[in-house]
Design a protein around this ligand. Structure first.
Ligand code: PEP
Ligand code: MG
Length: 572
């Protein structure tokens, strides 16, 4: 018998999902800090020039649309500068010259052209010119991503496993639609945006897999064991066989559903809803019996590699989500900023503490109003089903302002004779400790709360949720985070409003059990987590969960809670 596993090359990462995939490696290296020269044939010159022109058009349209929507602030100036750079005839001249005369690929031609300009600016010594370097770097990276996408995204084959430094959720969905079966990223933590989406799509995924793009070659057969957090390249025959058997066994014993019952053994009812962002996720919502969409993220409408969506396109998107589901759909207003933007709208030293979510929306009124108008327009056909959720609230003044904006749009549409739902409930994301600590005061102003435990953890533990170096500190059931959740529930009860949880904690067994004990009755999670959480919450009487939650608050560390939970679960 062949020796087991001796030839396998293991690349370790962090588990960001479940499942196993076997497939062909496709490398996506769009983080274009450096591009190696690659020669092309004379007959390919035309194609590479066309790719440049197409990317230029896309960039120009994206930026023009942005400058229209972001006209209220300083970001318009940045965008204008970027427009000027893109339209500069010297850029095109230089790129075409490198493609035609040196027979080098378009991505390298772009890289070299922009590097040359950047070097010249650096040498100039002028502070004003130096500031422009950032713009040039940003356009260079965006350009290269666009021309690479044109080559890579369209050509991902069925059965591919994507190995990337980092990709955007929109790119991921595009690969998924092509038939990709797994994702490996060198960057990012387990709650980074692409990791969340890959879980939602049911794609095996590992993140923080150092050097994966260097250790694996394009076309290699690889095994991705998501739960174990490993990628295996050049697997030995025995390894391959054993993984194939595991995949078959899983397929046989697939999705255990616990039909109909959503209550503890003593009859305390709870609701499990889905977090989604893309239409492609709808089949998973239905398959897993979600009772609605508890969080519809909308950022991908703005920052795809395709154009940002107009008001009418947004209406169509929301309509598809509503017609493809039953029950409530909670639409979250654009949560741009932090790690959630393809094109950075503004350079900040601390983006997670900066111009993000509601802060940006209140400055960029056109963006906000377009979205509100689109939501209200759809609501006429789906009376009573839509809720609006506001991200990144930290002070009451923001709540007053958003209410005013909503009222304004409501009145405009009514006087234009548009049929709308006039009573769309308004809710706040509780993700900044200032809201949790004053939950009653915030709760009096709105109809519901939705606790975003990903950001609440980030802002409580002072840990960047996307930074792989410190991801051990991202402890979303740390007693301090749980205390803030408890305070939020108490504040909401006093104010007489509903409170649900839509962060990753809701789909985590330890988290969900404690949350039920704190009084949470509505949980929104990645669709694939629903059966697991349903089974857990169905398995015991309410008092058991209450006891667990009480104990969790008395413990000192997340680790202690993990140990205690193990005992609790096994009934000791
Ligand atoms: C959260 O912060 O918990 C949340 C649900 O929102 P997002 O992950 O989109 O920031
Ligand atoms: Mg959040």
């Amino acid at each position: 018998m062949e020796a087991v596993n001796t030839n396998d090359i293991h690349i370790k990462g962090l588990s960001a999902g479940t499942g196993i995939a076997i497939g062909e490696a496709v490398l996506i290296i769009s983080d274009s800090k450096a591009v190696d020269p690659s020669f092309i044939k004379k007959k390919e010159v035309k194609k590479h020039k066309a790719q440049f022109s197409e990317a230029k058009e896309t960039l120009l349209s994206e930026l023009k649309l942005m400058s229209k929507e972001l006209k209220d602030s300083g970001s318009a100036e940045i965008i204008d500068t970027q427009l000027q750079i893109i339209e500069d005839p010297d850029v095109q001249k230089n790129v075409f010259d490198i493609i035609e005369n040196k027979l080098l690929s378009v991505d390298f031609a772009l890289y070299q052209t922009f590097s040359l300009f950047i070097e010249r600016l650096k040498e100039s010594g002028s502070e004003l010119f130096r500031q422009r370097i950032v713009d040039l770097e940003e356009i260079r990276d965006r350009y290269i991503a666009l021309v690479s996408d044109q080559e890579n995204i369209k050509s991902v084959k069925k059965g591919s496993i994507i190995i990337a430094r980092e990709i955007s959720p929109t790119e991921l969905v595009s690969f998924y639609e092509d038939g990709a079966v797994g994702l490996v990223m060198e960057k990012g933590g387990v709650t980074s945006h692409a990791a969340i989406i890959s879980k939602s799509l049911g794609l095996p995924c590992i993140v923080s897999a150092n050097n994966a793009t260097r250790e694996v070659e394009k076309g290699d057969q690889v095994i991705l064991d998501s739960a174990a957090g490993i990628l295996i390249s050049h697997p030995a025959k025995t390894t391959l066989k054993s993984y194939q058997e595991r995949i078959e066994a899983r397929a046989k014993g697939a999705v255990e559903k616990h039909d109909g019952v959503f209550a503890t053994t003593d009859g305390c009812e709870f609701k499990l809803l889905a977090n989604i962002e893309f239409e492609a996720e709808l089949p998973k919502v239905v398959e897993n019996d979600a009772k609605g969409v508890g969080l519809l993220r909308t950022e991908s409408l703005l920052f795809g590699h395709r154009l940002r969506k107009s008001e009418e396109e947004q209406v169509a998107f929301y309509g598809k989500i509503l017609s493809g589901t039953t029950g409530p759909v909670t639409i979250r207003l654009f949560d741009i900023g932090g790690d959630k933007s393809g094109i950075k709208v503004s350079k900040e030293a601390n983006p997670f503490l900066g111009w993000r979510g509601i802060r940006l929306l209140l400055d960029e009124k056109e963006l906000l109003r377009n979205q509100l108008r689109a939501i209200y327009k759809v609501s006429g056909e789906y009376q009573g089903r839509i809720k609006i959720l506001v991200p990144m609230i930290s002070v009451l003044d923001e709540v007053h302002k958003i209410k005013k904006e909503m009222e304004k749009i409501r009145q405009e549409l009514i006087s234009d004779g548009v049929e709308i739902d006039e009573k769309i409930p308004l809710g706040l994301m509780v993700e900044v400790p200032s809201v949790a600590l004053s939950a009653y005061q915030f709760g009096r102003e709105v109809d519901f709360f939705s606790i975003g435990t990903n950001d609440l953890t980030q802002y409580t533990m002072a840990v960047d949720r996307g930074n792989e170096r410190i991801c051990d500190l991202f402890q979303h059931y740390h007693p301090s985070v749980l205390k803030l959740i408890k305070l939020t529930v108490e504040g909401a009860d006093k104010a007489g409003i509903e409170v649900s949880v839509c962060g990753e904690l809701a789909g985590n067994k330890i988290g969900a059990a404690c949350l039920l004990g704190f009084g949470i009755r509505e949980f929104s999670m990645l669709p694939y987590s629903i059966p697991v959480i349903q089974e857990l919450l169905n398995s015991r009487p309410l008092k058991d969960f209450q006891e667990l939650a009480k104990k969790a608050l008395e413990l000192s560390t997340a680790k202690e809670l993990e140990e205690y939970f193990k005992m609790w679960e096994s009934g000791n």
